[in-house]
Ligand binder design. Structure first.
Ligand SMILES: [Zn+2]
Length: 97
């Protein structure tokens, strides 16, 4: 039985996390390898260009930045609710990219 998740941990910012223009969409950067589902309560504000400007897909560097921010801002929550994944190790790895 999965514990009840807290809703929306990140405050909705109105600036794109990558280019700081007006954010128009939200990116969900985290997947949980425990059961491979998207962690949909954690999302990052992003503009359409950064989200889909790479031939309809997200740019790699935007993807990495979103994932770093999502883990940094929610590390305690992630470790509590998704304990089978090593979030600190993932964060260290992302910062080497
Ligand atoms: Zn942007």
């Amino acid at each position: 039985m999965r514990p009840v998740k807290e809703k929306q941990r990140i405050k909705i910012g109105d600036k794109c996390v990558f280019c700081y223009r007006q954010a128009t969409e939200r990116h969900h950067p985290l997947k949980y390898s425990g059961n491979n589902h998207e962690i949909d309560e954690i999302s990052i504000p992003i503009c359409t260009d950064c989200h889909r400007g790479n031939f309809g897909d997200i740019f790699k560097e935007v993807k990495i930045k979103c994932e770093i921010k999502a883990i940094e801002d929610n590390l305690e929550y992630l470790e509590k609710n998704y304990p089978k994944f090593n979030w600190s190790q993932r964060l260290r790895y992302l910062k080497t990219l």
